[in-house]
Write a protein that binds this ligand. Structure first.
Ligand SMILES: [Zn+2]
Length: 51
């Protein structure tokens, strides 16, 4: 059996949630630190769940 969910994963440096490799990041995956443009723009150091 072959796995279809063996894509690499990282943890978002903003919200702390794990996110999976996407095709749009294929060329910049090593530089990706955030799960979305929203998180990238926020760049908060506050831990998730805090006001
Ligand atoms: Zn995020």
């Amino acid at each position: 059996m072959r796995k279809k969910h063996d894509l690499p994963q990282k943890t978002c440096q903003s919200c702390g949630l794990p996110f999976t490799w996407r095709k749009k990041w294929s060329k910049v995956w090593d530089e990706v630190k955030y799960c979305s443009d929203r998180c990238r723009s926020e760049r908060k150091r506050t831990a998730p769940g805090q006001p």
